[in-house]
Ligand binder design. Structure first.
Ligand code: C2O
Ligand code: CU
Ligand code: CU
Length: 496
């Protein structure tokens, strides 16, 4: 079966899927452009981020209860530059305690926005966040211990694009909303009346929350966007609570130029990218020859995560059984756009050298503690306040420091799991993946990362921490399935 026939076959499979509601397939909504605040030219006063309850129409006509950051739903795209210090004012209007973590930033623990930097209702948190790292796509989201999943799902998430001299001068598309788009991909559940819903059950604790409807920038997919003739850049965030997504193009391979922590050494062409919650990839779409092309998003169709889902999803992709949706269709207008060509050399990235490492640490993610997850879900409402999940046998404890790291040391972190596929994240750094599930990571995951997939065998990363994280403001490492994180699959470490 060639790729085209496969796509036709798979869209028939979507309609045939009986379980739950299939991806919304009717009509093509316009791609919402997330409001962008460009601070690369300079910053005036404090950068206000107002977190508030709101309502938002995802495109089905219903007003869903949401949280937003300066918006009805989600936050703005902040575009900043290496060398700046960002004077944030995070104003908590949600009526509950919250935090705002800068995922991907190499910043001191004190301003990291993890579970220790709680912002009380009606209070304002004013961290000055120094941007020392290279151009990269980062994001910010709630990290309130036990409530991260629910608050992030409701909309407390936004995108932070770091530029540097090289990225601003690079021969790449960079006109926001014209040939440079930020895509926030999420899966949602909607009630019969069309309201966004989030209900925890034992199963949801186990697999993490998995919605049956794909949402792009807050609009139910599929969405469409017209673009000029030329290259188009898509900066993509998987902001699902728990779902791995497979990205591909309807026509031709997908061209990847950057991962979590910045540009790859050179662009990588591949059939598909397997993207975990929390990961970011930048891709280029060549709209010089094609009239239109679509970003395809595939997921495991049975609504079950974990081993079954993830594997079923992969084999499904090749066996024609996965649910795959043309999430975003780009259509060419005929105007002349970005005239450059596919870049070759992007960043100066050598192979990681594990012989530099002086310390090796091991982490085993565990979820089989015999806890009655269904009872837990019932007892706690829509939050997980219990340590039903753990790392190295211990559920997250805010009062316990699990690891102490020496600043500037190069370390190898080896992560394994006792069950299913988990995405592991480390605060305060970018790392390089030495091995993923016991094997070499795909070429598109060989650059700077802060997320690694862990399923079988060991996943190993080479990491170095350059900033302080004291005992009262430690960094976190955790599974980025947010329900697992809330349930205790997280640990804390200091850097000094
Ligand atoms: Cu994106 Cu500790 O998180
Ligand atoms: Cu993070
Ligand atoms: Cu997990």
């Amino acid at each position: 079966m060639n790729r085209r026939t496969f796509l036709k076959a798979s869209s028939a499979a979507i309609l045939a899927t009986g379980a739950g509601r299939a991806w919304a397939q009717s009509g093509l909504r316009p791609l919402p452009l997330i409001p962008m605040t460009d601070l690369t030219q300079g910053i005036n006063g404090r950068i206000m981020l107002a977190l508030n309850p709101s309502t938002h129409d995802f495109g089905n006509g219903a007003a869903s209860q949401t949280f937003g950051i300066n918006n009805n739903y989600l936050g703005p795209v902040l575009r900043v530059k290496q060398g700046q210090t960002l004077p944030f004012s995070v104003i908590n209007g949600i009526g509950d305690v919250t935090t705002l973590h800068w995922h991907g930033l190499h910043i001191p623990g004190e301003v990291d926005g993890g579970p220790h930097q709680e912002v009380e209702p009606a209070a304002t948190w004013s961290p000055d966040v120094p941007i020392v790292q290279h151009a990269s796509m980062n994001w910010f989201h709630s990290h309130t211990h036990g409530k991260t999943a629910q608050q992030t799902y409701n909309g407390l998430a936004g995108v932070l694009l770091v530029e540097d001299d090289a990225s601003l001068a690079a021969d790449l598309p960079k006109t926001y909303g014209v040939d440079d788009f930020t895509l926030v991909l999420q899966d949602k559940m909607f009630s019969g009346a069309g309201q966004m819903s989030y209900v925890l059950t034992g199963e949801v604790f186990e697999d993490g929350f998995q919605g049956d409807t794909l949402v792009v920038n807050g609009a139910i997919a599929p969405v469409g966007q017209s673009v000029p003739t030329g290259l188009v850049r898509l900066r993509i965030l998987n902001a699902c609570n728990a779902r791995f997504l497979s990205l591909s193009m309807a026509e031709g391979p997908i061209t990847v130029i950057a991962s979590d922590g910045g540009f790859l050494a050179s662009s990588v062409q591949t059939e598909s990218i397997l993207m975990s919650p929390g990961e970011r990839y930048e891709v280029l779409v060549d709209m010089r020859a094609a009239e239109s092309n679509s970003l395809m998003v595939g997921f495991d169709g049975d609504g079950e995560g974990g081993e079954e889902g993830a594997l079923g999803f992969l084999s499904g992709l090749f066996g024609g059984q996965a649910n795959t949706l043309a999430a975003l269709t780009l259509t060419r207008t005929g105007d002349q756009g970005f005239t450059g060509s596919m870049p070759d050399q992007l960043a100066n990235l050598g192979a990681p050298d594990p012989t530099q490492a002086s310390v090796t640490r091991s982490f085993e993610l565990q979820m089989d503690t015999g806890a009655d997850l269904a009872a837990l879900a019932f007892a706690w409402g829509n939050i997980c306040g219990d340590g039903a999940m753990s790392i190295n046998g211990q559920p997250m404890n805010m009062d316990r420091i699990d690891e102490e790291v020496r600043k500037g040391d190069t370390e190898i972190w080896r992560i394994s799991v006792d069950d299913q596929l988990h995405p592991f994240h480390i605060h305060g750094c970018s790392f390089r993946i030495l091995s993923q599930n016991g094997t070499t990571p795909p070429a598109y995951a060989q650059g700077w990362k802060d997320m690694v997939h862990v399923e079988e065998g060991w996943s190993e990363v080479l990491v170095k921490f350059e900033h302080d994280a004291p005992a009262d403001a430690p960094y976190m490492y955790h599974c980025h399935i947010l329900e697992h994180e809330d349930c205790g699959m997280m640990g804390q470490f200091t850097v000094a």
